[in-house]
Design a protein around this ligand. Structure first.
Ligand SMILES: *Cc1c(COP(=O)(O)O)cnc(C)c1O
Length: 360
């Protein structure tokens, strides 16, 4: 079976974990600090704050900006549920804008119409490893005095005009095993804002500035040194992993026929967390079946837009429609692109897709 994802864990990761276990410091300690410093450097920002996962990174970032009941946050309906759920965790309201059908990211020309006096933040999702138009988003945010919290959970190392995902506003990352790098479970917040950094650190650890004095409500979102040790070893390999993803993507770009390959606007660096094609004419599900018979994995990210998820419809009603998102959900298919695929794997995936598409 050619799988959709496979974490690459080598001796570096194993030895780093054993070293931590032998050291006696296994909760949040020096390895977490090292991981935060290295991650901040990778993104080109001043601070990084490690958390337990990408979902808590989003939750913590929203808390740090004091976003709460009555506030609205603008985001994409075409993403993993965590992007929008984090807004619900702080009792704020997600407000969706439709996507650009070419990039699958928020259509920035629709953002201003969605802004109300209650809007506090824009939460762009850098989907599949491609950044949104961050010039447009940052200038709208500046004009309307809004925070920008990037969901960069799929975009480690991705660039827009030479700047990395997570360095525009405050960034949030996931380190789940299927992502471009992993710490088993883990998350990271990146920011240049000293106040946000401080707030994140305090709220991550039960609102505690002074030992056992709790000035505000906090959580336990701390990463362990065991996870950070894996993260450090993976961070050292990220550029190599991403390079391999780009090479795999380039092979598909050059060889796939009859389907729309990912569109990468000039000035963007895609890191292909997913290589997602559009399969026209209602053939997507049949192609997926065909690949499955050849033992080739594929996945639909995402079959149900957030506003169509059951409990969202219960809370917000079912009148809202985002046509490009709903249409994309019927056409998208992500195919294996991860760094441990062999040349033969990639060739088989491409020739199988071409075989299916040429059957008409
Ligand atoms: C993976 C992911 C998350 C959540 O990260 P976890 O580490 O699984 O909590 C959030 N948003 C997006 C877009 C993701 O892909």
């Amino acid at each position: 079976m050619i799988s959709m994802a496979k974490p690459i864990i080598g001796d570096e990761e194993k030895n780093a974990v054993l070293e931590v276990l032998d050291s006696g410091i296994i909760a949040q300690g020096p390895k977490v600090k090292e991981f935060e410093d290295g991650f901040a450097e990778m993104c080109g920002v001043r601070h990084a704050i490690a958390t337990t996962n990408g979902t808590t990174a989003l939750h913590l970032a929203l808390l740090a900006y004091d976003i709460g009941p009555g506030d609205e946050v603008i985001t994409s309906p075409f993403t993993f549920i965590a992007s929008a759920n984090s807004i619900l965790f702080v009792n704020a309201t997600p407000v969706f804008v439709d996507i650009d059908p070419r990039t699958f990211n928020m259509d920035t020309s629709l953002i201003e119409a969605a802004i109300t006096p209650k809007t506090k933040a824009i939460l762009p999702v850098q989907l599949y490893g491609l950044c949104c138009d961050m010039d447009a988003i940052m200038s709208i945010a500046k004009k309307h005095n809004l925070a920008v919290i990037e969901d960069a959970c799929q975009a480690h190392g991705s660039e827009f005009k030479g700047k990395r995902a997570g360095s525009f506003g405050t960034g949030t990352f996931s380190l789940y095993p299927t992502k471009n790098m992993t710490s088993a479970e883990g998350g990271m917040i990146t920011t240049n804002d000293d106040v946000i950094m401080e707030k994140c650190r305090v709220v991550r650890n039960h609102g505690m500035r002074r030992r056992y004095y709790h000035d505000e409500l906090g959580y336990n979102f701390r990463m362990t040194d065991v996870h950070a040790a894996i993260g450090n070893a993976q961070l050292a390999k990220l550029e190599k992993f991403n390079q391999k993803r780009k090479e795999n993507a380039q092979f598909y770009d050059e060889n796939l026929k009859g389907i729309a390959v990912p569109f990468v606007p000039g000035g963007y660096t895609h890191v292909y967390h997913q290589y997602t094609v559009r399969v026209p004419d209602g053939k997507r599900d049949d192609l997926r079946e065909f690949l499955k018979e050849k033992e080739i994995g594929s996945e639909i990210y995402y079959p149900v837009p957030i506003h169509k998820q059951g409990f969202y419809m219960e809370i917000f009603g079912d009148e809202k429609s985002y046509p490009e998102t709903e249409f994309a959900a019927t056409e998208v298919l992500s195919i294996p692109v991860h760094p441990s695929l062999s040349k033969e794997d990639i060739e088989l995936v491409a020739s199988s897709i071409n075989e299916f598409m040429s059957k008409g």
